[in-house]
Design a protein around this ligand. Sequence first.
Ligand code: NAP
Length: 359
Amino acid sequence: MTRPEEFMAHALALAGAARGLTDSEPLEGAVLIAGSSLVGMGARLSAGAPHGVAIALGQAGRQARGGTLYTTIEPCARCVALMIEAGVSAVEVALRNPVPTADGRSGLALLERGGVVAGVGLLEAEALALNEVFIKYATTGRPFVTVTSSVSWDGKMATASGDSRWVSSSEALEDVHRLRHQHQAILVGVNTVLADDPKLTTRIPHGRHPLRVVLDSRLRTPPTARLLDAATAPAWIFTSPVADPARRRALEKAGATVFVTGQGNRTDIQDTLAILGQHGIASLLVEGGGEVNGAFFDSRLVDKIVLYLAPKLVGGRDAPTFVEGRGVGLMQDAIALQVQEVTSVGSDLKLVGYPRYSS
Ligand SMILES: NC(=O)c1ccc[n+]([C@@H]2O[C@H](COP(=O)([O-])OP(=O)(O)OC[C@H]3O[C@@H](n4cnc5c(N)ncnc54)[C@H](OP(=O)(O)O)[C@@H]3O)[C@@H](O)[C@H]2O)c1
């Protein structure tokens, strides 16, 4: 790694500490170098919090003059103004921001106008991976969708009788809770609610509970379901026009918010994602079951997969796998996955990958 790459890697690591906590805003970190000294560093810690660039400049004070600032994403107009005022002479930006500043210009254009030398693209691939949620949301208005599941080596998420407690090790379960903490919303199908009565909360210290989302075309969710406990986190049920109004009233009385989607007798996933996006939900964790996961894959709506593979065999023709739905008819049409990570968590393997859909 060159020195500039080391500085940018440091800025990326600072930004990454707030992974999942900046909602629809970018993860942003900054490192300020003057001469041979590190004079300032900072990161945005949550949505609405001060920007890393502003924190780094504040720390550096007068030492910022003539310095070089490394930042993970193109700065906003306010941060550019602060840099110019502080006399920063050069800026390295890892990733362009698809959102223009308030007056329609890019942060890079504003830097150029202010006479600051700006480079772009240093560790861009790493910065893009770090901000995959923000980039998807900023460019489409839809949440970044991650499907996660815990399965046996033969791909089963439950036994044929529907028992699924527990497929994976306690370490993998804890990792899933970390994922929940890092997502704004979690989604399941109504069959999972009926089979497991899950709370869908985060059970790690200082964890954030995601918004709970259920796909339930006929409002079969019982008003006594544990995830309707509104004091912990909101629960939103997405249904279809055929749902019974009396069931709707009972669920609303129990604390749920109900949204009607689509025209037919099934909850419409595209509508669901659009509504979540309109409400500022940038990251969605889909935790199945297999039918709902399958529907997301059939519609090519999954951006990322996190799979925990437990070293056990369940067997049984009727035991569900984690991707049901229609699937594909020919192997050549199978969804290709780009493998990003293979690690061990407890006794399980954790596989992280990205679907690469052919057009
Ligand atoms: N191991 C794990 O990580 C894990 C995680 C979750 C669940 N599970 C297990 O998975 C099993 C349940 O899975 P499942 O496949 O039977 O059901 P599911 O995916 O939980 O729910 C499927 C139901 O969701 C409703 N739905 C609404 N809109 C939909 C749409 N657009 N596309 C698809 N479904 C839609 C449908 O019922 P309506 O037509 O009535 O709306 C459908 O039957 C349980 O045994 C549970 O324990 C395991």
